[in-house]
Design a protein around this ligand. Structure first.
Ligand code: BGC
Length: 928
């Protein structure tokens, strides 16, 4: 009797389901097992591979089920295989899984008969987007495949029908090293005899504007297409035709297109070009060795959002509100306009004084224009650009009704794998904002922002956000591709460009927390997806980065001086100087050197490279002791007496003695109190600070920080109506105006990195072995919440932790997938280990409100939310200090003093107006 259900149909590499045009001849396989009897443990599996007419079964004695090696001879270009699996425990075999199919793309440049072609005279930088066209006679197709890519972005039609549903293909990679091609099943679009393939080419990332320096054509000044149509006839014979000099080119109806500036379309012109204006094409030399198959999903339309209201601005403009900051474009229905009338659609993420707030876009015009054909109903929609927006101002379209407009959301079509919910609606909205931020910043490349003249693959942003991303979506393939670009663009000396793909071309890009993406992101992928292959692939790149830092540090073992972004956007830095963080850049730098060296050592030992691991342990140890000598006092104070410094030191084990650790923990919590529980960290410290607080036992302080709603805090933007995470803590100032800093985005994921902590610690669902094969369930319930839940589709299947406080008890429910196990730590219970299945516990609620206790010290006053709120309100009312932060600052030197002396201390340095009133009001709360 089978003791488990049939496994899922196998997955190949990081793809979901069957795959067409994979780039690996020996793709690794994974499966999940939905259900099994208690105690079931896979001890062996069989993979059945059917290729051509032969079927073979490969037995393997192993408990692995995630990214297991391809068991058969590697597949060759164009070869297809159907694969299914079954598994066995000590007792019996499961039923066979359903089969999934994998078909290999073109593995070698010799497989291409087509050549890159480019219009000869049309398609200059200022010209209309060209359409390239080819015609072929073909036999009836049993199977048809179209493989194509471009310099630029493309959309293809075969015999008048759109090919596939991809947007902005082939996406953005480090083009001179890696250019993706796509494979489509076009069997149903082909016909016997004459066929016509038309492809429109846009400027995209290849030739459009990129970066904040206004540059265009960074990869080249000619658009080009490579397309190969492969038809297998009824006899199994392969017929291959492709782009060559017999193709022609014409101008499309797209007069201009740019990712930043928008698209200008003339709907009076034939969209796919007119034959009469045909131009010849040149074959252009491009090394076909750079062609690679996609590792992850393409960019697609992922959602359509209706307009929620039509606003009339003070200046009389018509503004559509889509209710959500998102990424894509507007689809607009117009009717009855005169031929040639111009309709303009401008985009912005926020309104300021009721008008579009376009200043944050800097030089990106983000404007789509249409010259309409006129007469009847017309749909206006671009396809060779995208914008980040919530609002769109429409002019020239006459009366615009909400039902005539929708926002078309685009992005890499990543599978959603993670969810979080809780009883606090603001925190839940914050989490939704994190999800939207990720969706908007994964348009083929993980970007800083999707709206202004930037949208670049900033390494630092991803470095801090990658754990969150890996929980929320399947980013395995997406980031595998990005890491391959990182290795490709890394400098020979190991420096890592600030943005990947690199378009800034800094000659010596070494910035802590940014370049460290080289070491951190592969490790995160390994930890979250169970992929060890990625470590092997990235090890050389990781090592080169750490070697570079080690060389920079030299004999002192301190990486000091030189250019650094540091703890970027520390909230106390002035709007025009985001570099001016409290934590010294040197402290940030050496801390990162140590952390990355540790990671490389860990990776090398995972890969069995013990000598390499030993070397990087030595590098880390030398830098650690230098850090301890240079920056830490014997009592655990740090050179930069700022939360980011303590958070790094605590999280990355930079403090040699237990006394120093205790001292640092205490100091960190006091600094958070001193800020009145406001965030006081930038890009570097923000993902670490709550973990560091909880690690030191200061769970309450962490929650106070998390749930703060005044500025700066995670929830302040939520109070201001944010629907995404902002670049700055105060991108929108409390008075509703846009932050004056020139760098002010309303869709930046970096500061949302705390979501990973919500999943791991608030809900309590953390991986402790690669791919969540072992899960740590250790929720940290808090009086501020009555429930929280995290759910994640791990490579082994679905796991979840949900807790709810109910009366005097805490109910906890945990799901563990087959193949994984969990260590469970709950308040009042001994640690337990459980296997797959659903488990429930009921324990005493650890957050039961204790009887009211009079605070002993001033620190205790801050730690009691009810008393502290009264102190803040009363103190502000008499005008002693303006707000929570100012009051906390005044009291900071006196945290250890008796609570009864609080009022006295508030007046320590100034006039005593209001002393009597405050004493009367507060003293009863502060004395027993
Ligand atoms: C980007 C950031 C990036 C930074 C470098 C900015 O312009 O938007 O998110 O990491 O530059 O410090």
């Amino acid at each position: 009797m089978a003791r488990c259900t049939a496994p899922s149909a196998p997955r190949f590499e990081h793809h979901d389901g069957s795959v067409l045009g994979i780039g690996a001849g020996a793709p690794r396989l994974s499966w999940t097992i939905d259900d099994a009897e208690p105690g079931f443990a896979q001890t062996a599996y069989e993979v059945e591979v059917t290729r051509a007419e032969t079927t073979r079964v490969f037995p393997v004695e192993a408990s692995d089920q995630v990214l297991v090696p391809w068991p058969a001879e590697p597949l060759v270009s164009r070869e297809e295989a159907a694969v299914r699996v079954r598994v066995r425990d000590a007792v019996d075999w499961s039923p066979w899984s359903a089969a999934s199919t994998v078909e290999v793309g073109l593995l070698s440049p010799e497989d291409w008969a087509a050549s890159f072609i480019s219009p000869r005279t049309l398609a200059g930088l200022e010209a209309a987007a060209p359409v390239v066209r080819g015609r072929f006679d073909l036999p009836a197709a049993a199977v048809g495949r179209l493989r194509l890519t471009a310099h630029g972005v493309y959309e293809a039609r075969l015999n008048g029908h759109r090919v596939g549903d991809e947007v902005l293909a082939p996406g953005w990679t480090s083009y001179s090293h890696r250019l993706r091609y796509q494979t489509h099943d076009v069997t149903d679009l082909l016909r016997e005899g004459s066929n016509e393939l038309e492809v429109v080419l846009g400027n995209g990332w290849f030739r459009g504007r990129l970066g904040f320096l206004g540059e265009r054509g960074l990869y080249g000044d000619r658009l080009a297409l490579l397309a190969q149509l492969e038809v297998t006839d009824a006899h199994g014979e392969l017929h291959v035709v492709g782009t060559d000099d017999s193709w022609t080119a014409a101008e499309s109806g797209v007069l201009a297109d740019d990712l930043y500036d928008g698209q200008r379309t003339d709907l009076r012109r034939p969209m796919w070009g007119s034959e009469s204006a045909a131009d010849v094409v040149d074959v252009v030399p491009v090394d076909l060795g750079v062609l690679v198959a996609p590792d992850g999903p393409p960019v697609r339309v992922t959602q359509v959002v209706p307009a929620v209201q039509v606003l009339r601005s003070p200046s009389g403009a018509t503004i559509l509100d889509f209710g959500q900051v998102l990424v894509g474009w507007v689809r607009l229905r117009v009717r009855g306009l005169a031929a040639g009338a111009e309709v303009l659609v401008r985009h912005a993420e926020v309104l300021e004084d009721g008008e579009l707030g376009v200043r944050p876009l800097r030089t990106a015009r983000a404007t789509d224009t249409y010259l309409v054909a006129g007469g009847g109903e017309e749909i206006l929609e671009p396809g060779l650009t995208f914008h980040g927006f919530r609002y769109a101002e429409v002019s020239g379209a006459g009366e615009v009704r909400g039902e005539d407009a929708e926002a078309v959301v685009i992005g890499s079509d990543l599978q959603r794998t993670g969810w979080f919910s809780c009883s606090d609606p603001m925190l839940a909205r914050f989490h939704d904002n994190v999800v939207w931020g990720l969706r908007g910043n994964t348009v083929d490349v993980p970007t800083d922002c999707p709206q202004r003249d930037e949208r670049l693959g900033w390494t630092g942003d991803l470095q801090v956000f990658s754990p969150t991303a890996a929980f929320l979506f399947n980013v395995g393939g997406f980031l595998t591709s990005w890491l391959a670009d990182l290795s490709a663009d890394q400098l020979p000396d190991g420096s890592v460009p600030y943005v990947i793909p690199d378009v800034l071309h800094d000659p010596a890009p070494t910035a802590a927390a940014w370049g460290d993406a080289a070491a951190v992101v592969p490790w995160v992928l390994h930890e979250r997806t169970g992929d060890t292959g990625i470590l092997a692939r990235q090890l050389a790149s990781m090592r080169a980065w750490v070697d570079r830092l080690d060389a920079l540090a030299g004999e002192s073992h301190l990486w000091a001086g030189g250019f650094q972004f540091g703890d970027w956007l520390d909230p106390s830095a002035p709007p025009d100087d985001p570099f001016a963080a409290k934590t010294a850049p040197d402290v940030v730098a050496t801390a990162h050197l140590i952390r990355s060296a540790d990671l490389v050592a860990q990776v090398a030992s995972t890969l069995g490279e013990d000598a390499v691991a030993g070397h990087y342990r030595v590098v880390a140890a030398a830098a650690r002791s230098a850090f301890g000598r240079e920056y830490v006092t014997p009592g655990g104070r740090l050179l930069s007496d700022a939360p980011t410094a303590y958070a790094m030191a605590l999280q990355w084990d930079l403090l040699p003695t237990p006394e120093q650790r205790v001292g640092a923990q205490r100091r960190l919590a006091d600094l958070v109190r001193a800020s009145g529980f406001h965030i006081d960290t930038g890009f570097v410290g923000t993902p670490l600070v709550t973990d560091a607080l909880v690690g030191g036992g200061d769970v309450d302080v962490a929650y106070r920080l998390l749930l703060q709603t005044s500025c700066p805090s995670w929830l302040y933007p939520v109070t201001m109506g944010a629907t995404t995470v902002w670049e700055r803590w105060d991108s929108l100032l409390p008075d509703g105006s846009i932050n004056p800093g020139e760098m002010t985005s309303f869709n930046h994921y970096a500061l949302g990195a705390v979501a990973d902590w919500l999943h791991r610690v608030v809900a309590g669902l953390a991986p402790t072995a690669p791919g969540y094969r072992r899960i740590l369930v250790e929720p940290r319930p808090h009086a501020a919440l009555t429930s929280a839940r995290a759910r994640h589709l791990t490579p082994y299947g679905e796991t979840s932790v949900a807790w709810e406080r109910d009366g005097d008890v805490l109910n906890v429910e945990v799901t563990v997938p087959v193949g994984a196990g969990a260590t469970v730590r709950l308040p009042g219970l001994d640690e337990q280990t459980v296997g797959h299945g659903r488990h429930r516990w009921q324990v005493p609620d650890p957050c039961r409100v204790e009887e009211h206790r009079t605070p002993r010290t001033i620190r205790d006053v801050l730690d009691d939310p009810a008393i502290w709120t009264e102190v803040v309100n009363a103190t502000a009312a008499v005008g002693v200090a303006a707000d929570e932060t100012a009051i906390a600052k005044r009291l900071t030197p006196f945290f250890d003093d008796p609570a009864a002396e609080l009022v006295e201390r508030l007046f320590a340095h100034g006039p005593r107006d209001g002393y009597g009133t405050l004493t009367k009001q507060l003293q009863p709360l502060l004395t027993p």
